[in-house]
Design a protein. Structure first.
Length: 153
């Protein structure tokens, strides 16, 4: 009887530790994962000629938690940024802020002319990024050579 009385608290402690470890593993597995990408696109008529070439910035929620994205921008080699502004684009699939549930995506556009002007100053776009409501940044590399090939076609 004394062995059972002594072993019971130890057994309960071991079960609590195992349950705690399982909860930590579930928490880490279900974390937020955002896939970020960018590409050049060209709109047809009736878009004004100056706003037909755009850089589309896309974020896809591949995690299990909803994420509220507040801003999108390109990051340049000199540390500068070119941010998405609704009033500067003729066409946009979504607007910021946007709430992404599991598997949902959000796309915004930056006029390609703004990118060309910034790169004419000698700085190159090196990354695309989105920022969420908690100020966490999700970024991916931006490959200007691939993007410029798409625009020339």
């Amino acid at each position: 009887m004394q062995i059972v009385t002594l072993a019971l608290p130890i057994l309960v402690g071991i079960v609590a530790i195992v349950v705690g470890i399982i909860k930590i593993i579930e928490f880490c597995r279900d974390r937020i994962r955002i896939n970020v990408s960018a590409e050049y696109i060209c709109l047809g008529e009736p878009a004004p000629a100056a706003s037909r070439q755009l850089v589309r910035l896309t974020a896809v929620n591949q995690g299990k938690r909803p994420v509220s994205l507040d801003s999108a921008y390109l990051i340049f080699s000199d540390g500068g940024k070119l941010s998405y502004k609704k009033e500067l684009t003729y066409h946009s699939n979504d607007d910021l802020p946007c709430l992404l549930q599991d598997g949902e995506s959000c796309s915004v556009h930056i006029p390609a002319q703004q990118l060309r002007e910034k790169e004419a100053g000698g700085s190159k776009a090196v990354a695309v990024a989105f920022r969420d409501a908690s100020n966490r940044e999700y970024r991916s590399s931006f490959r200007p050579d691939v993007a410029s090939e798409k625009t020339q076609r």
